[in-house]
Design a protein around this ligand. Sequence first.
Ligand SMILES: *[C@@H]1O[C@H](CO)[C@@H](O)[C@H](O)[C@H]1NC(C)=O
Ligand SMILES: *[C@@H]1O[C@H](CO)[C@@H](O)[C@H](O)[C@H]1NC(C)=O
Length: 275
Amino acid sequence: MLAIRTLALAAAVLTAGVFAIPTGNLHKRLVDDLSHDLVDEPTALGRFKLLNQSINNFIFNFLDPTLLNAPHGPDGIVVLATAASFPATIGNGVAMGVGFMGPCGLNVPHLHPRSSELLIALNGSLVFGTITENGATFITSTIKDHEATVFPAGSIHFQQNLGCDPVQFVAAFGTDDPGRLDIAPALFQDLPADIVSASLGDIGVQEVEDIAAKIPLNVAWGTQQCLDSCGLTRAGQWTPEAIAMAKRQFDDFMRQGSMKARDFVGLPVGSVSKN
Ligand SMILES: *[C@@H]1O[C@H](CO)[C@@H](O)[C@H](O)[C@H]1NC(C)=O
Ligand SMILES: *[C@@H]1O[C@H](CO)[C@@H](O)[C@H](O)[C@H]1NC(C)=O
């Protein structure tokens, strides 16, 4: 099985004309094949021998541009070293995430179905919140540079950078496959809108769908209070400047009549905030 995969890969490498470090899809296929071979291997020594074919298999770079350029939200990214991205974790019961949080960046409320988490803030402060189960109370506080907290397995939790400079965090997990479920997309985008509407006191299916359409990717912009204090604007927000510019353009359009419709930029695209 391994020999066939190796041959297939050699062919792929030759076809692609890639003789250096594999990148992009080819790299992903190499990782996938190694991962499946590791899972098939019953002993730790066997897995070691598979990994030992290249010293690179023992190293994960959280600053890898391919990982940093993966789809992510408007205010940062969480890079994960798990069974899915770093085969050396397979069978070893560990995983790690590094959060690159922009000013006011919010690692949106989520849970990990299969692991507790130990999270340390680096180079700044993070406000965090946790709720573990019915009957427990919501816990929230701030961790400063090099302070850490624990999020129990299955708890809903979040972290937000309350500062105007970037902050990082490192999150350690007790399994190679902690998983992650984001609460707002799961509730508003994945569950049936009529069920969600009913469970919210019948707020209306359209209202549920309106909320679903507004949910940003992670890392999202944080609270409005933080954005205001840092002088930041949420994308698509109707700021006084944007409204003034739109009015000017509309007045020009009406007055001159010579502007083409495409010259009218209008208000910023995207969701519209409450103010
Ligand atoms: C691991 O790789 C090194 C370097 O190629 C080699 O010397 C060593 O024998 C390998 N160990 C095992 C157990 O395969
Ligand atoms: C950490 O903060 C220091 C000063 O506050 C800054 O110079 C440095 O670039 C920061 N490092 C990272 C990795 O953000």
